[in-house]
Ligand binder design. Structure first.
Ligand code: SAH
Length: 273
């Protein structure tokens, strides 16, 4: 059996991840696989007296919390906020002011479509200090576990992370002209419900309709599904497989760069024998 103990004393003793009473740790838990937690995230998780967490935090990660950590679920479904953002902000500050060590645990990275900036801002304005801990954002974790490199020399020189979430007016006001270059990969978060609109707009603005594209459902998790197709076939794939959130949309020539197959183990590319 391989020994996975971390036995580097310097690393263990020099940790600055100390959560004091009355402070908040704003921590990204990554896209779901607990092995993608950072050490810093794990240390904050282990110190939590109160945990305020979202729907995207996986059960395996919640299982790492101290048994007596008080838990508040403030998850949201799209356009159906179970706890409004201002109430979440208030809860964070209220718990910190009670002298608790407060863990704010979010899927992915707290500062990538995670409203982490709003929460940190609110806490600071109310005199509460915040530790900040990045997480692997879905675009990075899910594509890598699907065998899709976000950039690849000679294929994609850049990538864009963008929201597919509609504004309150029902419009998708995105900079479409900046998304049409074939030299970049585009990753849409929260785009599954607006996918037909996204595909239509991209094609209208000049993106070839046969551009390779993929959908990644519950990336990095045991339920991970990767569906490869083209910009003009994605919407049908969603209907055919009844794909729901959380799903990422990846558009660009990198999609089939390493393989066109579904990996039998997420995150493991097996050589042909
Ligand atoms: N802060 C998060 C993003 C929150 S927005 C991060 O950095 O990853 C929510 C959207 O993220 C979902 O609608 C979906 O598009 C994407 N997402 C998050 N986790 C995912 C996962 N495990 N698999 C696929 N998509 C995911």
């Amino acid at each position: 059996m391989t020994d996975f103990t971390i036995n580097n004393e310097n690393l263990l003793n020099s940790s600055k991840a100390i959560l004091n009473a009355g402070e908040i740790a704003l921590v990204g838990s990554g896209p779901g696989d607990p092995e993608l937690l950072t050490l810093r995230a794990l240390r904050f998780i282990q110190q939590a007296e109160v945990t305020i967490y979202d729907r995207l935090v996986s059960q395996e990660i919640l299982d790492l919390l101290p048994a007596d950590s008080e838990k508040f679920y403030v998850g949201k479904k799209q356009a159906n906020h179970s706890v409004p953002q201002d109430k979440i902000n208030e809860l964070l500050v209220e718990q910190a002011k009670l002298g608790k060590k407060v863990l704010r645990l979010k899927g992915g990275d707290p500062f990538v479509f995670g409203r982490g900036g709003e929460e940190a801002d609110f806490a600071l304005k109310h005199g509460v200090s915040c530790h900040l801990c990045p997480g692997i954002t879905a675009a990075s974790g899910c594509t890598t576990y699907a065998g899709i490199p976000l950039t690849h020399r000679g294929v994609a020189q850049g990538c864009t992370f963008i929201t597919g979430h509609m504004e309150n007016d029902g419009e998708l006001n995105l900079p479409w002209d900046s998304l049409t270059s074939n030299a970049q990969t585009i990753v849409f978060y929260m785009g599954i419900n607006t996918l037909p609109k996204i595909a239509k707009k991209l094609v209208e603005h000049g993106k070839p309709s046969d551009t390779p594209a993929a959908l990644i459902y519950k990336g990095t998790q045991p339920q991970q599904q990767v569906h490869r197709g083209q910009l003009n076939t994605l919407a049908d794939i969603v209907t055919q497989h009844n794909i729901k959130p959380p799903t990422l949309i990846v558009i660009g020539n990198v999609v089939n760069q390493l393989t066109e197959k579904q990996l039998s183990t997420p995150g493991f590319l097996e050589a042909e024998s």
